[in-house]
Design a protein around this ligand. Structure first.
Ligand code: PLP
Length: 361
């Protein structure tokens, strides 16, 4: 899902706070207190969802921002290497490609395999003494493959290398326990499966990494102490130090409400339901002529995303046709079409999508 629809309580909260700010003024102490409370609630709720401490969460605006904080905050030497997979999104790959341009690092492309042993073998063949970090999607934007994140993290750590996970398609769709996974950094967003407003992201930085990750974008709100006459400042010490400048705080209030809703429904229920719906769709695609399923059938390594390729129709045609003729929105890229099944999708709607896809077969 590129952008999740926002439930009314989420929209209402954003609108309520926007009105409050515009009528009472942002610097009205009562307004400031209320907005700050919601902002910190969003941080606490995110931390709780990911099973980490609030001090390890920086609220960002999107996944790309978190990836950039990590990519630019490590110290690089020419010839250093980064491993990413061939299923990364632009947000999880361009920050590294840009470093290749600016800092002379080498980006190595891991061919994604949906089989853990093959994946570990492939990783093993790419990791070497110059590898500085591995960067992979927790859930693939292309196939919906659910990375065995804990096993991969353990393997990468056993080779002395840190790992950052791109959680754009995982958070709000599957349970994400970062203490269990053990990764070093995790960049996610609210605006996809969590059904929060656009412009709500978060970056988990493990406590052990606070010191090693340099601040590269700084300014208002960076410092604990600031002395202009002596030109010195002390930055905040936890993950909050990666937040800087004025931003729209109302959307984080929306994130906070979206987190409450996700908790109310239960992330296990959400995951189970989305997976069930995707399973129905996968069985239908498997029975269709002219379509290939990219997403693994195995529910333990897939989610509520189903990606297919058509042997008869270009992905853009199929995407356009579904929208023009059926008002069904899917994402079509290169050769594949990605269909997302959020938990509130009805079973009849799965049938409708399948019939619409198969219409030209
Ligand atoms: C896997 C993945 N990573 C990163 C992004 C970019 O996210 P953002 O716009 O929040 O930076 C996306 C967006 O679709 C994505 O699917």
């Amino acid at each position: 899902m590129s952008y999740g629809p926002k439930p009314s309580p989420v929209v209402d909260e954003v609108v309520r706070l926007a009105r409050l700010i515009e009528t009472e003024g942002m610097f009205n102490p009562d307004v400031m207190a209320e907005i700050s409370k919601m902002y910190e609630r969003a941080r606490d709720g995110t931390a709780q969802l990911l099973n980490v401490t609030s001090s390890e969460i920086a609220l960002t605006r999107h996944v790309s921002e978190g990836m950039n904080i990590v990519a630019s905050g490590l110290n690089w030497s020419p010839g250093d290497e980064v491993i990413i997979s061939d299923e990364e999104h632009q947000g999880g790959s361009i920050p590294w490609m840009n470093l290749a341009r600016r800092a002379g690092i080498t980006v190595r492309l891991l061919h994604m395999s949906y089989d853990l042993d093959s994946l570990l073998l492939e990783l093993d063949s790419l990791i070497n003494a110059r590898t500085r970090i591995v960067s992979l999607s927790h859930v693939s934007t292309r196939s919906g493959f659910l990375l065995p994140a804990k096993e991969i993290t353990e393997f990468v750590h056993s080779r002395g290398v840190p790992i950052v996970l791109d959680g754009a398609h995982a958070v709000g769709l599957v349970p994400v326990d970062l203490k269990d996974i053990g990764c070093d950094f995790y960049s996610g967003c609210g605006h996809k499966w969590l059904l929060a407003p656009q412009g709500t992201g978060f970056l988990y930085v493990s406590k052990d990494r606070f010191e090693g990750l340099e601040l590269t974008s700084v300014g208002a709100n960076t410092a604990l102490n600031w002395d202009l006459s002596n030109l010195i400042f002390d930055a905040k010490t936890d993950a909050e130090k990666f937040e800087y400048g004025t931003r729209d705080l109302t959307v984080y209030a929306g994130l906070s409400v979206a987190l409450d809703l996700a908790e109310e429904v239960g992330i296990d229920n959400i995951s189970y339901r989305s997976s069930h719906l995707a399973g129905l769709m996968k069985s239908k695609v498997a029975d269709m002529n002219g379509f290939d399923l990219i997403t693994p059938m195995d529910a333990s390594v897939s989610t509520g995303i189903v990606a297919v390729t058509s042997r008869m129709e270009k992905a853009e045609n199929l995407t356009d046709r579904l929208w023009q003729d059926h008002r069904i929105l899917v994402t079509g890229k290169d050769q594949w079409v990605r269909i997302s099944f959020p938990y509130f999708t009805l079973e009849e709607e799965v049938d409708r999508v399948a019939e619409a896809i198969d219409a030209n077969a």
